[in-house]
Design a protein around this ligand. Structure first.
Ligand SMILES: [Zn+2]
Length: 305
């Protein structure tokens, strides 16, 4: 049965967007249960969410919890076939039940979007969290994991690598497991490039930049795409959910530096407001993408058609 808010005449939300002369594809992995949003963004209570009418119905559960999704973005720019983040991955042992031993058709969808794994040149990791590095590798039998994208360079910020490396000794087992099965095999295959990202943007290729966006993690980067006639920014986790446009001070429970995360989010949103740059949310459920406008003390996402 159709949910009561659905308009039978409405066209389905797009799964790809034209950014100038570049087509950006969202490659779906899985929707996340409403409990994930309530856990991740504890200040985004149903009351707070209810005060932001433009979040309904797409970005909230019927009980008012913020809805999140796991997907990645793929596009061809600057002569490179690029994938931004790699989701949760299949078959991984994870503490979070929503992420444990997933079995999705993600690679089939990536291939159907025109990006078979062997064809990917560049994998950009916004940060080294479990739900962003999972498809870095796939199972190769016997408990071993091999790079899913054998012809790609995998990119992460040096700061991010150093942060986790410095904590390797005392790291909880679930995070050690993530590095063992999803990060170290890429490094051991010689495919990982660490990029110095400090105060300003770093160009990876013509039209493709890393934007330092620390706070969720110390070396977090967003990804900026500039094409002939358009521009887009992929959030990673510097914005988890559109409620953080209306309320940039809402932080996630796993931010390493919540105050810095708020400063980063405000600055990024202010830089985008009114520019026409497409904001693509790494965890925003459909419609996923939109333009940022100023709205009172905060901002608003105007979904892209
Ligand atoms: Zn995430």
């Amino acid at each position: 049965m159709r949910p009561p808010h659905a308009d039978p005449a409405a066209t389905p939300a797009p799964t790809s967007w034209q950014v100038g002369d570049v087509r950006v594809h969202r490659v779906d992995e899985t929707a996340l249960p409403p409990e994930t949003g309530a856990w991740l963004l504890p200040a985004a209570t149903p009351d707070v969410v209810a005060e932001v009418p433009w979040l309904r119905p797409d970005f909230t559960a019927p009980d008012g919890a913020p809805l999140l999704a796991s997907h990645t973005f793929a596009f061809e720019a600057g002569g490179l076939r690029v994938l931004v983040d790699t989701g949760i991955g299949n078959g991984k042992s994870r503490a979070n039940p929503a992420w444990d031993h997933l079995d999705t058709d993600y690679l089939t969808r990536l291939t159907a979007a025109g990006f078979p794994p062997d064809s990917v040149d560049l994998v950009v990791l916004t940060h080294l969290h479990t739900d962003h590095v999972g498809w870095n590798t796939r199972a190769a039998g016997g408990g071993s994991w091999i790079p899913t994208f054998p012809n790609a360079r995998y990119i992460a910020s040096h700061t991010e690598w150093d942060h986790w490396a410095a904590r390797a000794e005392g790291m909880e087992e679930s995070r050690r497991q993530m590095f063992r099965d999803s990060v170290h095999p890429v490094r051991d295959a010689g495919l990982l490039d660490l990029v110095d990202v400090h105060d300003g943007p770093v160009d990876l290729a013509p039209g493709l930049r890393l934007l330092p966006t620390p706070g969720h993690t110390p070396g977090h980067v967003a990804v900026e795409l500039r094409a002939a006639g358009g521009a887009a920014v992929i959030t990673g986790d510097c914005v988890h959910h559109p409620v953080q446009l209306a309320h940039p001070a809402i932080t996630s429970c796993v931010d390493t530096d919540p105050a810095q995360a708020v400063r980063t989010r405000r600055a990024l949103l202010a830089s985008l407001a009114g520019t026409g740059t497409l904001l693509l949310g790494t965890h925003f459920p459909p419609p996923t993408a939109g333009r940022v406008t100023a709205d009172g003390d905060g901002f608003r996402l105007v979904p892209a058609s």
